[in-house]
Design a protein around this ligand. Sequence first.
Ligand code: AHG
Ligand code: MN
Ligand code: MN
Length: 333
Amino acid sequence: MKRVSLTQYLVEEQRLHNTIPAELRLLIEVVARACKTISHAVSKGALGEVLGSAGSENVQGEVQKKLDVLSNEMLLEANEWGGHLAAMASEEMETIHPIPNRYPKGEYLLLFDPLDGSSNIDVNVSIGTIFSVLKAPEGMKEPNEEAFLQPGSKQVAAGYAVYGPQTVLVLTTGNGVNCFTLDREMGSWVLTQRDMKVPEETKEFAINASNARHWYPPVKRYIDELLAGKTGPRGRDFNMRWIASMVADVHRILNRGGIFMYPADAREPDKPGKLRLMYEANPMAFLIEQAGGAATNGKQRIMDIQPQKLHERVAVFLGSKNEVERATSYHME
Ligand code: AHG
Ligand code: MN
Ligand code: MN
């Protein structure tokens, strides 16, 4: 089999479709390199002294794990000096991270969830990194937080890495979705799946069912119908999976279909859900749509939402088109 590296893929993609100019290619390669470093740290586990709590909290009041902090630093360091970015933002930082003045600045904005699935770090279950790339408003070299508040439809690239049995990188630049596997011996990303497509029909769903008592009626109805199986209104049985790492759940869905849900619920009625719009929901929505699936907050296409805040939360329904459309339609009735 002829091996196509990430670099070769990016260069050829630019030649064919003109969607990946050199600066964006550098950005993607640098993010991929940082993910390689994170993957290496993750795989060391206790031997690398990377497990456990960092003894701090992030802006959302969540306890930071050592790997949350480490991965954040790795992504910041890798991306500061290349001249391709105007600024960065992260789940683990209250406000944006401008590029230090000693480096040249570029036109892109990078957002990331450096370590997704934190609760799985210490138990050796798949975790990952999620990222989203926007363009800074025309001519703006010193962007503020407001410059980041663009709807997901403005993303020029998005992707995630999964640190699981294999380390993979899944990427879109708006022209389909491709998957690269990390060759650990060679240290390179190799194209292993071209043009991934989410099957339209599915028999699998993913939701944290321990929150069932807090769900609002449309979610209750949708899940009850799935649980009723063959004898219920859906006329067939469904299976359930919940990994508690969005990256791993989305990766399964990209490969074999399914619907992923993290709805808003009555626990904290003011909160529109748990997941963050700008560096979790938007990049995943971009990937899923590029693979032929759908992503909504129950009412609206996720990528159409105009963000009001950097760390804004959002309800998420994404995956196989027919199921997402059904769950969304129950919210409209
Ligand atoms: P993070 O580790 O970046 O804070 O994200 C965790 C998210 C997401 O990956 C996952 O789907 C969800 O939280 C799990 O939430 P529950 O623990 O409520 O199931
Ligand atoms: Mn996350
Ligand atoms: Mn995280």
